[in-house]
Design a protein around this ligand. Structure first.
Ligand SMILES: Cc1cc2nc3c(=O)[nH]c(=O)nc-3n(C[C@H](O)[C@H](O)[C@H](O)COP(=O)(O)OP(=O)(O)OC[C@H]3O[C@@H](n4cnc5c(N)ncnc54)[C@H](O)[C@@H]3O)c2cc1C
Length: 532
């Protein structure tokens, strides 16, 4: 296929881009070009679930962005990873498969987005899925994305789950099913001890098709427009500039940072910002990059009285044994996701639905949940407010495509977020103080016994919290003046251009964001193929 001979061009081979590349090429009718700035995903740090801790700051696989200093977080600059590799963020994420609450998607529809209510999107969640326990009303089997349960139950995690029942939280056999409430082991995008990214599940099988071309290490640098129609794009590959055009659509799947950034440097965005950075305004769209939302997590750490946590398995000879076990059988420490147990609870009992997500792991880390594992036994309970009100932005700093944009999530700037976060620390403490955990519990080391008042707890949250990597909302779907795409994911006022990735989410789902992104791309591909 010659350059220019494309029906669709997809920018970004992340979660959404891989789904789109697969679905759009499946019936052989369309020629599709997929351009990805990052390189190959063939690396043990990506295959091994615990490699998450290694890719977290590795520029070979990660854009390694940083936030602007935030008023809500003591002016700290927070490391902000995003995948830059085939598979995108699904190749470096924490493997947790959480869809959210039915009400999240019903809210999208109530905002005027036709076809996005829970009943509309459930078939797309199911279609994408290969659930290890089989299909049912909520789950799919035989789809590309494998979703498994934990394969090694840990005695401390079991004690945590038993202890939760002392606080009235029951074990939920499927938090992605009828309701989310309660505690459970996380469902994970892992198969046979190996990560199943969107590249593994969706892209690789499609790469055999002659109507798909994938170009890695291709940085898309701008969109070409004829009036308000996008006709093509330019990209850098091997130090040379290339131009390509598409007869149907150009689809931005560059993620919640990449998609608004590319629109802005192409002249589609808030006119004031574009003028400030010296980009000619091609189409004024004030909401591009506005409304960034993210989950901000903090944690409580206890030391453990028995040497049975994951920490001790991560050092010296025992680590070599764990590596051997993973290579031979895909089991052990390297096959774990960073969080084992989930909790979905209410910050105030009168709430209709859970608003706090919890994670527990029988391990403790030098920083956040991503530093190296400590040498002495420890356990960690973390949390985040599921539907934060704080909102920020992504703004290009210059017309230069390779210059990272300013990323300001404005964590904890909304009072409601601060109150829910304080309740989150109190929940974690209660859950770590149960009778069931008494045989294991030693002392609280973070935030520590001196931290008791709301003010002290908030200081701890501000000073030690971090992103849990769920950026959304920067090319929001909707009908209001700040919306960027309509409910068919077409960019308002521009022809031939769609955005299909996490950036279009109009509100934050009560969940980690990979599952919803898979769903968005599944539905987006149907919109394209059905001529919508
Ligand atoms: C460290 C980390 C841990 C996470 N953990 C979880 C988890 O456990 N569970 C969960 O559900 N979610 C998790 N997430 C979030 C989830 O992975 C993302 O929401 C999801 O992958 C977003 O998909 P996307 O397609 O919107 O963007 P991405 O998957 O980020 O894909 C965007 C792609 O576009 C490429 N790109 C960007 N700009 C350009 C350009 N100009 N030219 C060419 N290519 C470009 C990027 O390199 C990237 O490959 C995590 C994310 C991270 C970063």
């Amino acid at each position: 296929m010659a350059d220019g001979d494309w029906d669709y061009i997809i920018v970004g081979a992340g979660t959404a881009g891989c789904v789109l590349a697969n679905r759009l090429t499946a019936d052989g009718r369309h020629r599709v070009l997929l351009l990805e700035a990052g390189g190959s995903d063939r690396h043990p740090y990506i295959w091994a679930p615990a490699g998450f801790l290694k890719t977290f700051r590795d520029p070979r696989f990660n854009w390694c962005f940083a936030t602007e200093p935030g008023d809500g977080v003591d002016r700290r600059v927070i490391h902000f990873p995003r995948g830059k590799v085939l598979g995108g963020s699904s190749a470096i994420n924490g493997h947790l498969y959480v869809r959210g609450q039915a009400a999240d998607f019903d809210t999208w529809a109530q905002m005027g987005n036709r076809g996005w209510a829970y009943a509309d999107v459930l078939p797309y969640f199911r279609r994408s899925e290969d659930r290890s326990t089989g299909a049912d009303e909520f789950h799919g089997a035989g789809g590309p994305q494998h979703v498994s349960d934990i394969d090694e139950r840990h005695p401390i995690s079991e004690a945590f789950l038993d202890g939760a029942s002392e606080l009235g939280l029951s074990r939920n056999p499927d938090y992605n099913g009828r309701h989310q409430d309660g505690v459970a082991y996380y469902q994970r995008t892992i198969k046979g001890g190996r990560r199943v990214s969107a590249a593994t599940s969706f892209l690789r099988p499609a790469m055999r098709r002659s109507n798909l071309r994938v170009v890695a290490r291709a940085l898309v640098t701008g969109l070409q427009m004829d009036g308000t129609k996008v006709t093509g794009l330019s990209y850098d590959y091997g130090g040379k500039a290339h131009s390509v055009s598409a007869s149907r659509d150009i689809i931005l799947a560059a993620g919640a940072i990449g998609s608004p950034h590319l629109l802005q440097i192409s002249g589609i965005g808030p006119p004031e910002l574009l003028r400030d950075i010296g980009v000619p305004v091609r189409h004024a769209l004030p909401g591009v990059g506005d409304g960034l939302k993210d989950h901000y997590a903090a944690r409580v750490v206890n030391t453990v009285s028995q040497p049975i946590t994951l920490n001790e398995r991560a050092h010296g000879l025992r680590l070599w044994w764990e590596i051997a076990k993973w290579i031979a059988a895909g089991r052990g420490l390297l096959a774990f996701s960073p969080a084992h147990v989930a909790g979905f609870v209410r910050s105030r009992p009168e709430l209709d639905l859970p608003d706090l997500q919890l994670m527990f792991t029988p391990a403790s880390y030098s920083t956040g949940v991503t530093g190296s594992l400590q040498r002495t036994p420890g356990m960690t309970a973390g949390f985040w407010q599921m539907r934060p009100e704080s909102r920020g932005y992504v703004r290009a700093r210059s017309p230069e495509p390779s210059e990272a944009p300013a990323i300001q999530p404005n964590y904890l700037t909304a009072e409601a977020d601060r109150q829910v976060a304080i309740a989150g620390v109190r929940w974690c403490r209660s859950l770590l103080a149960t009778q069931a955990l008494a045989p294991y519990r030693a002392a609280e080391v973070l935030p520590g016994p001196d931290c008791q008042t709301d003010d002290q707890i908030l200081t701890h949250i501000r000073q030690t919290g971090a992103t849990v990597y769920h950026a959304i909302g920067t090319c929001r779907m909707g009908r209001d003046p700040l919306a960027v795409v309509d409910d068919r994911l077409r960019v308002h006022g521009v022809q031939g251009l769609r955005v299909i990735d996490a950036s279009i989410m109009p509100t934050m789902p009560s969940a980690n964001t990979n599952a919803a992104t898979l769903m968005i791309a599944e539905k987006g591909s149907d919109l394209l193929l059905n001529g919508n």
